[in-house]
Design a protein around this ligand. Structure first.
Ligand SMILES: Cc1cc2nc3c(=O)[nH]c(=O)nc-3n(C[C@H](O)[C@H](O)[C@H](O)COP(=O)(O)OP(=O)(O)OC[C@H]3O[C@@H](n4cnc5c(N)ncnc54)[C@H](O)[C@@H]3O)c2cc1C
Length: 442
């Protein structure tokens, strides 16, 4: 961050007895924190001034691009289900529990509906605005900021926050603000072009907080020798990463890309893959193409199949069929993948089931259950829908989002060391933690 001389000092009302609250970051969590803070002030009959500082010319840049512009605002289900399926690590679940239970997906849907943004639930549980337009969410939040008498300063990048005589001096590239309370809501570090380049982490570190280095999450995975199969997908496979004798796996759909892999199962496992890579260097990827069957079960099926289809070519049996074969093998492999499978199994292109000797049947079995997808080249941090890492959860009170180290300093949103799954969980976490921070700021 560039340091610069500041000339204007906004006292923000603190000189006339008002509590001065400064929110840093006009994303999902920051806007919610500011709105919740005003509502809490009204409930508690407290006078306060609320300032929101956003480095971009407009707020909500990530909301606008979320869900491909359609904005998957949250996920359907009980708070317990949101925690269970949205946040796979116990520590993060525990930390988010109070926030997700206190400001729920239903609270969010109600708030949006009262502002005229109706939502609907898709079959997969994802919740979107009916109008399919993320901008409508941002416009509503801007309206609520105005109604909440929040003074928003755009194109104002915060450079530092310094404690000063029981208050804080918040310095931007244009001026300074005196604050009694500071809420840091600067987001993660991926998609840095949206304004998230890690400033909040530097601010938190300078105030004495420990930071877990940012690492990729919900990101594509690049491999050393990508398959020339861009656009092809494998559905309901187990995607497996192996490194240093450890393995991690997840079930779902995989998409081949020009540089490696993407798709739901890849995005979901990318955080673990990046961690394995940081720990061990080389990470090998595999697919279990028949995850529902154990090796002996699949072997039994292949034997029965081979006996009844002796003259049929193995290649033909594996490709194209999308429903259960008459003899029990479910094959939904894309035709373009079959040559790679045959090569890995060491089979001739025209081999028939009767010509498949035991040894070759074993290698086919191995290829089906452990299809090699190559070695990881990179999991690009900036390409992730979110980043993992951030302000350590141990140092933040989960019931209030207040720092355990610095009184009147709050954190919320993706800046915190949690990472959710795809499906609306990350926006919900940003909204919920922002709401808790704002509600407890006074
Ligand atoms: C392409 C993409 C699609 C996504 N789709 C979805 C989805 O459909 N559903 C879902 O749940 N999640 C989605 N996410 C994730 C979700 O958008 C984020 O997790 C969420 O926006 C985080 O909210 P936040 O308030 O913590 O951070 P952000 O929304 O990133 O807001 C942080 C704000 O702080 C500002 N800021 C940073 N530094 C400073 C500074 N020094 N001074 C002043 N301001 C600063 C930034 O400009 C930014 O506006 C998506 C993310 C991406 C990148």
């Amino acid at each position: 961050m560039n340091q610069c001389k500041t000339t204007v000092i906004h006292t923000n009302g603190s000189e006339c007895g008002k509590r001065a609250v400064v929110v840093i970051g006009g994303g999902a969590s920051g806007m919610f924190a500011a709105i919740a803070c005003r509502r809490a002030a009204e409930r508690k009959r407290k006078d306060c001034s609320i300032v929101l500082l956003e480095r971009n010319p407009q707020p909500g840049s990530k909301i606008k691009i979320s869900g491909g512009g359609k904005c998957n605002v949250t996920h359907h289900g009980t708070p317990a289900e949101l925690l269970q399926f949205g946040f796979l690590r116990n520590k993060e679940q525990r930390f988010l529990r109070h926030a997700i239970y206190s400001f729920t997906n239903n609270n969010l849907v109600d708030l949006l509906a009262r502002g005229g943004v109706l939502t609907y639930k898709r079959d997969d549980g994802k919740v979107f605005p009916v109008n399919g337009d993320s901008l409508s969410v941002v416009l509503l939040l801007e309206k609520l900021l105005l109604e909440s008498a929040v003074h928003s300063f755009f194109s104002s990048r915060v450079l530092s926050v310094e404690p000063h005589k029981g208050q804080f001096v918040v310095t931007t590239d244009k001026s300074s603000f005196i604050a009694d309370v500071v809420i840091v809501a600067t987001g993660g570090v991926s998609y840095s072009r949206t304004g998230t380049s890690g400033d909040g982490l530097q601010i938190a570190r300078a105030l004495g907080h420990s930071i877990k280095n940012a690492s990729p999450a919900l990101a594509p995975v690049y491999t050393k020798k990508p398959f020339p199969l861009s656009g092809v997908s494998l559905s309901s496979i187990d995607f497996i990463a192996l490194a240093g004798g450890r393995s991690v796996a997840r079930r779902g759909d995989l998409l081949f890309t020009h540089r490696g892999f993407s798709g739901p199962v890849v995005l979901s496992l990318s955080r673990d893959i990046a961690e394995l890579r940081a720990m061990y260097g080389n990470v090998s990827l595999f697919a279990d193409l028949f995850p529902e069957q154990s090796v002996p079960e699949l072997e039994g099926q292949l034997l029965v199949y081979a006996r009844k289809n002796g003259t049929k070519m193995v290649r033909k049996s594996l490709q194209g069929a999308t429903k259960e074969d008459e003899y029990g093998i479910v094959c939904n492999l894309p035709t373009s993948v079959i040559p790679y499978l045959m090569r890995q199994a060491g089979l001739d292109n025209d081999v028939t089931w009767s010509g498949l000797l035991k040894e070759k049947r074993q290698s086919l079995l191995l290829a089906l259950k452990h299809f090699s997808l190559g070695n990881v080249l990179d999991v690009p941090l900036d390409q992730g829908e979110i980043s993992a890492g951030g302000v350590l959860l141990d140092e933040v009170n989960p019931r209030t989002m207040e720092s355990r180290l610095v009184p009147n300093l709050f954190f919320c949103g993706e800046l915190l060391d949690y990472a959710g799954e795809i499906g609306g969980y990350n926006l919900q976490a940003a909204f919920s933690t922002g709401w808790i921070a704002g509600s407890n700021a006074l």
